[in-house]
Design a protein around this ligand. Structure first.
Ligand code: 3PG
Length: 214
C-alpha cells in the first residue's frame, strides 16, 4: 500500500482511461504514457474490456502502475486484481467494498467529498482518498476546508482537472496526485493521436516536476 502511494505521489498525475478497444489501443497507449513521462493509469470499469486493458498494459509496460477505476462491486475487484491491477478506485465510499479490498491487501482509494465521507473513511483506517468529482464538489477550497478537521488524509482530486488547474491543485500540501482524463480524451485515443497524448503527458509531467522541485 505505502509503496503504491509513493509511486502515485511520484507520478503526480494519474490518467483516467476509458478504452473501448483494448486489443487495439491498450499497448500503444501504455507506450505513449510512459514515453510522455507518466507511467501510470487508472483504467475505468465504465468501459467493457477494462480488465483486458489492464492485463495488456501491464504486460506491455511492466514498470507501469496500473489501477482499476469506477469499481462498484467485489466481483470487479476480483476481476481487476486478477488482471494485474495494483490499486482500486471507487467513485463513492462503500465501506463493504473498502473492507473487501483491505482484506485482499490491495490499495483502495474511494471517492469522498463530504465530512461524513471523510469520517467514515477515518473509521475504515484509510489514509488516501479520491476527492470526486473535484471541481463540481467545491474544488480546492473544499479540499482545504476538509483538511482542517481531517489532516490525516492525503487527497487525490479527480473530475475537472486540466492543464489549466493542475499546478494549483498539486501545490496544495494535502494533494498527493491528481486524476484526469484530459490527456487521454476519447477522440485522441479513438484516432490514435499518440503524439498529442504524449505531448499532453509531457506538459503534465513538467508541471509536476516544477511544483515538486521548483
Ligand atoms: C473519473 O472518471 O474519475 C472522472 O470522471 C474523470 O474526470 P475528468 O474526465 O473530468 O478528468
Amino acid at each position: 500500500m505505502d509503496q503504491i502511494v509513493e509511486r502515485i505521489k511520484q507520478t503526480g498525475v494519474i490518467p483516467v482511461i476509458k478504452l473501448s478497444r483494448p486489443q487495439r489501443d491498450a499497448a500503444p497507449l501504455a507506450e505513449t504514457l510512459c514515453s510522455g513521462g507518466i507511467a501510470a493509469a487508472e483504467v475505468t470499469f465504465r468501459a467493457a474490456g477494462a480488465a483486458e486493458a489492464i492485463r495488456i498494459m501491464r504486460a506491455a509496460r511492466p514498470e507501469m502502475l496500473v489501477g482499476a477505476g469506477t469499481v462498484l462491486n467485489c466481483g470487479q475487484v476480483d476481476e481487476a486484481v486478477k488482471a494485474g491491477a495494483q490499486f482500486i478506485v471507487t467513485p463513492g465510499l462503500d465501506p463493504e467494498l473498502v473492507s473487501y479490498c483491505q482484506r485482499l491487501g490491495v490499495a483502495v482509494f474511494p471517492g469522498c467529498s463530504t465530512p461524513t465521507d471523510y469520517q467514515t473513511a477515518y473509521h475504515l483506517g484509510l489514509s488516501v482518498l479520491k476527492f470526486f468529482p473535484a471541481e463540481q464538489s467545491g474544488g480546492l477550497a473544499k479540499i482545504k476546508a476538509l483538511s482542517a478537521p481531517f489532516p490525516m488524509f492525503q487527497i487525490m482530486p479527480t473530475g475537472g482537472i486540466s492543464l489549466n488547474n493542475l499546478r494549483e491543485y498539486l501545490s496544495c500540501p494535502v494533494v498527493c496526485a491528481c486524476g484526469g482524463s484530459y490527456m487521454v480524451a476519447p477522440e485522441l485515443v479513438e484516432h490514435g493521436r499518440w503524439d498529442d497524448i504524449r505531448e499532453l503527458c509531457r506538459q503534465s509531467a513538467h508541471i509536476v516536476e516544477e511544483v515538486r522541485h521548483g
